[in-house]
Design a protein around this ligand. Structure first.
Ligand code: ADP
Ligand code: MG
Length: 642
């Protein structure tokens, strides 16, 4: 073995450059972050040829003195960290002091910088990390760095660069992340001579999202806001119908830093469970703020990965905030309660007993049945209140109830002789609401015990159209309800909530199904879960399947199609047991739901409309919307009446 020698600083910089400066996009990120650390409020980024030939970043920040300008390009030279104590509470984006040294070692750099009260600025030219020219210069306050011919002296790395187009696209993403991370920064991005975007820098995340992601994406976004255990979460998440085909639009910013984090991704996706199609992913722009001491940003040289000291707290904060945003969207009408009504309500609080239950995968509060006799026959008062959701209820004569921590909607469940409809606001149902004590939100928001009455319907069914949609007139709006989607959601919620063996119909003669080998294997791997939901499937030699029982709600004629659909969902899902359960649940709900294209009876339509208008049903289990509202104003506009 040759003798051991210490690498020259230049070679060490070039090696470090491989970690920090992977491609033009990483240079862009580092330079913009430096500008932000220098307290710049406006930054202009300009690139040519994907940044390979030219990158210029100009800021109006604090600038550098001539001495600092030279120092800035030395390895481990930083103004942001003095000793190891600072490492625990990093408030700046940079701190490792290696970005400029690394970038300079693999490019030609020109720097212009001036401090606010300096008479003149400094100009530095560096070639492969060594200063080639230095002179005083007239320039505005702030800093301009131009990076030319990236990787010109490292041919091996140059070979790894993709086409200009691919590099441009990576720079676009980096610029987008930088701009979204800091709505208070006005970032102008010029690409090959044309302005790509210019954010207002008005500190309003919504306007940044609008400028950067466009009208269509921002229209599908819901505002999210929440705080638990010192973790503040704010931003936007997409409505389920606006979900996307991949995860590129999942953007997380931790203390102003764009980061990748599996924990954050999992928390977000958990909140959407059963709201999206398999293969669809939520879009989100979420800002997470917590004590810098509770995050380790020093996991990766480019600082794009973070580690949380208390991951569970961060997970919960994101999960509950996103849930809250999604539930709020499905929430009912919210009206304040007058003090006199509140007193009356407190006086008549019903006796209650907790009851376990679940709707969907998320923790939910399930309010118990009221002992107060139901005013109209056969109505029981079970109320289920989503965590963090807004729920409202009409109380007595025209009053509405607002609980201590949020609004409470009394959605009474009507038992109707074993039928599939169990939701719907029954006229004057009585119910009392108390959350189960075991969820975190329950501790925070314990609604008062109140007796609630639901309102007389304020809508009417105007008809059925195209054998697919229910037309409802309500106030100044027309609501079109997708029969199948609404029914599918109702059945799905019931299956999830029941958690008890599903009624199944046995076949006198087993049905022998010849399925594709892969489908059959998937089904046979999951016979346990399938049995829970009323399927009896067994292998019979030669890869065929014997079907001996199906859930009562599923039409026998469609038994084969049902198994194929389950196999399909299993194929797309993950290996987790809940994924298999979801596959079966989705399929049974879909197959048991009334079909579009078939006319329905009036009573059937009424029950579906009731469920949808009570606000309980907004999206089918695959994330498609269940109803669409057309306001009179919109219609009048179409007819040029207004
Ligand atoms: P780090 O950001 O980790 O400190 P860098 O190599 O990116 O390391 O930068 C080194 C130093 O150069 C910074 O600490 C800062 O003092 C100075 N610097 C870099 N860019 C700017 C800028 N745009 N304006 C003012 N100072 C800057
Ligand atoms: Mg830096």
């Amino acid at each position: 073995m040759p003798e051991i020698r210490q690498l020259s600083p230049h070679v060490a910089d070039m090696i470090a450059a491989g970690e920090v400066v992977e491609r033009p996009a990483s240079v862009v990120k580092e330079l913009i972050e430096n500008a932000v650390d220098a307290a710049a409020t406006t930054v202009t980024l300009e690139i040519r040829r994907g940044g390979m030939s030219f990158i210029r970043v100009t800021d109006n920040g604090c600038g550098m003195s001539p001495k600092d300008a030279r120092m800035a390009f030395l390895r481990h030279a930083t103004s942001k960290l003095r000793d190891e104590r600072g490492l625990e509470a990093i408030g700046t984006l940079g701190f490792r002091g290696e970005a400029l040294a690394a970038i300079a070692s693999v490019s030609r750099i020109e720097l212009l910088t001036r401090e606010p009260d300096a008479a003149e600025g400094t100009r530095l030219v560096l070639e492969a990390g060594t200063v080639a020219e230095e002179s005083p210069a007239g320039c505005p306050v702030g800093t301009t760095i131009i990076v030319r011919d990236l990787f010109y002296n490292t041919p091996a790395r140059l070979k790894f660069m993709k086409t200009d187009r691919a590099e441009t696209s990576a720079v676009n993403t980096a610029a987008l992340h930088c701009a979204l991370a800091r709505p208070q920064l006005s970032l102008r991005y010029i690409r090959d001579g044309q302005e790509a975007f210019h954010t207002p820098g008005d500190s309003n995340a919504a306007s940044a999202v609008y400028t950067l992601l466009g009208r269509e994406v921002s229209a599908g976004m819901l505002k999210a806001e929440g705080e638990t255990e010192g973790v503040k979460v704010s931003g936007f998440v997409c409505a389920p119908y606006a979900a996307r085909g991949n995860r590129t639009m999942q953007l997380f910013f931790v203390n102003g830093r764009p980061v990748k984090s599996l924990a954050l991704q999992a928390a977000l996706e958990q909140a959407y469970k059963n709201r999206l199609f398999v293969g669809k992913f939520p879009a989100a722009v979420l800002y997470i703020e917590l004590s810098p001491a509770a995050v380790d940003v020093n996991v990766h040289p480019a600082k794009t990965e973070v580690r949380f000291l208390r991951e569970k707290d961060v997970f919960d904060a994101v999960y509950y905030t996103v849930m809250g945003a999604l539930e709020r969207e499905t929430g009912g009408i919210q009206v304040e309660i007058g003090p006199s009504t509140k007193k009356v309500l407190q006086g008549t609080a019903a006796e209650t007993a907790p009851e376990a239950g679940a709707a969907g995968s998320a923790p939910t509060y399930t309010a118990p049945a009221a002992k107060t006799p139901a005013p109209s026959g056969g109505v029981s008062g079970r109320v289920s209140i989503p965590a963090g959701g807004f729920v409202s209820a009409k109380v007595g004569e025209g009053a509405w109830a607002k609980s201590a921590g949020g609004f409470v909607r009394a959605a009474a469940f009507k038992e109707d002789g074993g039928g599939i409809y169990q939701t719907g606001t029954a006229p004057r149902a009585s119910a009392s609401t108390v959350p189960a004590a075991d969820t975190p939100k329950a501790k925070e928001h314990r609604p008062e015990q109140t007796e609630l009455h639901s309102p007389e319907p304020d809508w009417r069914i105007a008809g059925e159209a195209l054998s697919t949609y229910i037309i409802v007139e309500k106030g100044d709006s027309l609501i079109l309800i997708d029969k199948h989607a609404a029914h599918e959601r109702i059945i799905f919620d019931r299956l999830v909530a029941n958690r008890q063996p599903v009624m199944s119909q046995s076949l006198l003669v087993p049905l022998i199904l010849r399925m594709q080998a892969e489908d059959a294997a998937l089904i046979l791997e999951n016979t346990g879960v399938m049995a829970e939901y009323g399927f009896d499937v067994q292998p019979v030699g030669d890869g065929s399947i014997a079907l001996r029982a199906v859930p009562a709600d599923v039409d026998l004629i469609d038994a084969e199609g049902t198994l194929e659909m389950i196999a399909d969902e299993l194929r797309q899902g993950s290996a987790a047991p809940e994924s298999a359960r979801d596959a079966v649940l989705h399929t049974v709900a879909c197959k048991a739901a009334i079909k579009a294209g078939r006319r329905s009876e009036a009573r059937e339509l009424e029950k579906l409309a009731e469920a949808v208008l009570s606000g309980k049903v907004r999206y089918c289990p695959h994330g498609r919307p269940v109803s669409v509202t057309l306001t009179k104003y919109e219609l009048d506009k179409q007819f040029k009446r207004v």
